[in-house]
Design a protein around this ligand. Structure first.
Ligand code: COA
Ligand code: AMP
Length: 636
């Protein structure tokens, strides 16, 4: 998009993005350095599969690093690493980043990693993790970052699906209350997976050093190896080739490998920084998330670096490291223009410092915008943040699958009036429709399934990793010609979107997306459990938390054994899914309500637990089971 974008109104630009998508995204592509510039913009010859910039060639690492050094930004900070949990800080300039990425890329090649090979990155929020991602991009290897809060079984599922040649990891992560040993988790995951990586490179951290085995290499030795010293240059990568696979939770226990292409993603992120996030080269963006999530991939790593901006890598929490003023301290210290985090973080800050007293100690004069995403932004939190900070508070709605916002207030184009509870309007390139169960468009104000008419814009998933069939059955088959987001909501008369929540059984706990299926699989593995169901229930801090309903095998006495079993189930979910699942409530019940075809009525139970009086589905097998659960679910 040319710089003229900021003078034209959103509605004109949006309309053009839908009426002339190829012209629109051709212009946007001019902000990226191509090895072979795109001639064709969209390959729509094989619907429902669409590919952006077929035939074009680029290297995303070049665009994120080398390009800025070449343009004279070598001395500018690329990353400010700020880690209150370890008491350390480090700034990496673009020139230093280039040197480190070259070395790690060379080291990976030395380990036999070739273009198209996968590399799993299971690392905490340290600069080496960002370097590792970019090093993969440099040599055309496909990274798959796994969030550190996941347990070995989740890591194993990702290792088996991605089949990495190499795993890059660290000895430990550091949480405020404890050191999390990563290496034993990695070893356990590899033991559980069929696929065996050839090498694991382990970054040894002072807080806990790991014992290395035969397959393992010490990061420092790897970093100073001959291949690393030789370094590696950027290779040409087809625009349609994968940059990364990022696994996300579906309804079942098997995670979905989101395929992220290279060219479309680079163009979309660069466009979003200018037109949505209003960040220019040289400015600083602070995204308080984790590189294990899509928000981290896009707005800690790729978008700021593709823009030549400075990014903050914050290894800490919004509260307790050391207090609820931590974000304000970071904003002042690094001259942050925009903060991006999840509403949960603000609910936590508000709980600790309701009057915002800690804000007074910091100079936030350079701070322009707060962006919140990852879960619904409740109007209370919006009002609080808006009043305390005195800057626009911008809700944006998207998902791992899309990689960048579907709905947002396009501040870089024009700041539209904010309606609390709405992430504002559809972003350019996204033709958002609300569909009723028959696939007809719902009138304004009427809730339905939020869908996006195909093709979706660049950057969004073209398919699932090695699973076209699941891509179609999960997202495209419900309403032919449309992508099903899995969220329900409505558009108002003014075209503002209101997102009401998932229509499937995906959970959202503190902005972390989790699968009911994985938690249920962990519970079902306990010897006393005959049947179970997990539902997401409202939580004032985390938005939603899981709640388990468990039927014991016959002959087990819930009265005498219940307490032990409940405690074991909580521990089991922590060990099998991870601490982020935050399962604390397990109810032992006599039976689970089902439809006549055997489907558990999770949605009905969830609504009852949240205090509603849902209609009993006509397909219920035995209404008395649901009735009996009423007092348990409502806590009466
Ligand atoms: N590695 C290992 N363990 C991790 C982890 C990681 N990367 N991240 C979280 N965990 C653990 C935590 O230590 C905690 O363990 P505990 O049960 O032993 O205390 C558990 O997982 C739950 O963590 P979290 O969701 O962070 O909750 P919390 O109660 O520790 O903190 C908040 C509450 C509000 C401070 C926290 O949820 C937060 O910062 N939320 C912001 C949300 C966010 O950034 N979402 C990302 C999407 S944009
Ligand atoms: P993830 O793939 O982890 O980013 O999770 C995506 C899901 O989080 C969406 O499908 C929504 O259910 C929820 N979500 C993300 N952002 C928002 C938002 N701004 N408002 C409401 N829900 C959101």
């Amino acid at each position: 998009m040319s710089d003229g974008a900021s003078t034209a109104a959103y509605s004109d630009i949006y309309r053009r993005s839908l009426s002339d998508p190829e012209g629109f995204w051709r212009e946007a592509a001019a902000d990226i350095d191509w090895i072979t510039p795109p001639e064709r913009i969209l390959d729509d010859s094989n619907p429902p599969f669409y590919r952006w910039y077929p035939g074009a060639v680029l290297n995303v690492c070049h665009n994120a690093v080398d390009r800025h050094v070449d343009a004279g930004r070598g001395d500018q900070a690329a990353i400010h690493y700020d880690s209150p949990v370890t008491g350390s800080k480090r700034t990496v300039t673009y020139a230093e980043l280039l040197e480190q990425v070259r070395a790690v890329a060379g080291g990976l090649k030395g380990l036999g990693v070739e273009q198209g090979d996968r590399v799993v990155i299971y690392m905490p929020m340290v600069p080496e993790a960002v370097v590792a991602m970019l090093a993969c991009a440099r040599i055309g290897a496909v990274h798959s970052v796994v969030f550190g809060g996941f347990a070995p079984q989740e890591l194993a599922a990702r290792i088996d699906d991605a089949a990495p040649r190499v795993v890059l990891s660290a000895s430990c992560g550091v949480e405020p209350s404890r050191v999390v040993p990563y290496k034993p988790f990695l070893d356990e995951a590899i033991k559980r997976s069929d696929h065996q990586p050839e090498h694991c490179v382990i970054l040894q951290r002072d807080q806990l050093r790991a014992e290395l085995g035969e397959r393992d290499l010490d990061w420092d030795e790897f970093f100073s190896s001959e291949s690393a010293r030789a370094g590696a240059d950027c290779v040409p990568v087809a625009s349609t080739d994968p940059l990364y696979i990022l696994y996300t939770s579906g309804t079942t226990g098997k995670p979905k490998g989101i395929y992220r292409d290279s060219g479309g993603y680079a163009v979309a992120l660069r466009w979003s920084m200018k037109n949505l996030y209003d960040i220019s080269p040289g400015e600083t963006m602070f995204t308080a998330s984790d590189i294990g999530w899509v928000v981290g991939h896009s707005y800690i790593v790729y978008a700021p670096l593709l823009t030549g901006a400075t990014t903050i890598l914050y290894e800490g929490k919004p509260i307790g490291t050391p207090d609820a003023g931590a974000f304000w301290r970071v904003i002042e210290e690094y001259g942050v223009s925009a903060l991006f985090t999840a509403p949960t973080a603000f609910r936590a800050i508000k709980k600790e410092d309701a009057d915002g007293a800690l804000l007074k100690g910091y100079d936030l004069s350079g701070f322009r915008t707060l962006y919140l995403a990852g879960e619904r932004l409740d109007p209370d939190t919006y009002e609080w943040a808006s009043a305390r900070l005195g800057v626009p508070v911008i809700d944006n709605w998207w998902q791992t699958e899309t990689g960048w916002p579907i709905a947002c207030n396009p501040k870089g184009i024009e700041l539209l009036p904010i309606k609390p509870g709405s992430p504002t309007v559809a972003v350019c390139g996204y033709d958002v429709r609300i569909l009723d169960p028959q696939g007809n468009e719902a009138p304004a104000g009427t809730e339905g399934a939020i869908c996006i008419r195909l093709p979706m814009p660049p950057g969004t998933l073209p398919t699932l990793w090695q699973d076209d069939e699941r891509y179609v059955s999960s997202y495209l088959s419900a309403f032919p010609g449309h992508y099903l987001t899995g969220d329900g909501g409505y558009l108002d008369e003014g075209g503002y979107l209101f997102v009401m929540g998932r229509t499937d059984d995906v959970l959202n706990v503190a902005g972390h997306r989790l699968s009911t299926g994985s938690i249920e699989a962990a519970l079902a593995g306990h010897e006393a459990v005959a049947e179970c169901a997990v539902i997401g229930v409202h939580d004032d801090l985390k938005g939603q938390v899981p709640r388990a309903l468990v039927v014991l095998k016959s002959g087990i006495d819930a009265q005498s054994e219940g307490e032990r079993i409940r405690a074991e189930l909580v521990t089991r979910v922590r060990a099998e899914v991870g601490p982020v699942a935050a399962l604390h409530q397990v109810d032992i019940v006599g039976g689970l309500p089902k439809t006549r075809s055997g489907k558990i009525l999770r949605k009905t139970m969830r609504e009852m637990a949240d205090g509603a009086n849902p209609a009993v589905p006509a397909t219920i097998e035995d209404a008395s089971v649901l009735e009996a659960l009423g007092p348990v679910l409502r806590g009466s």
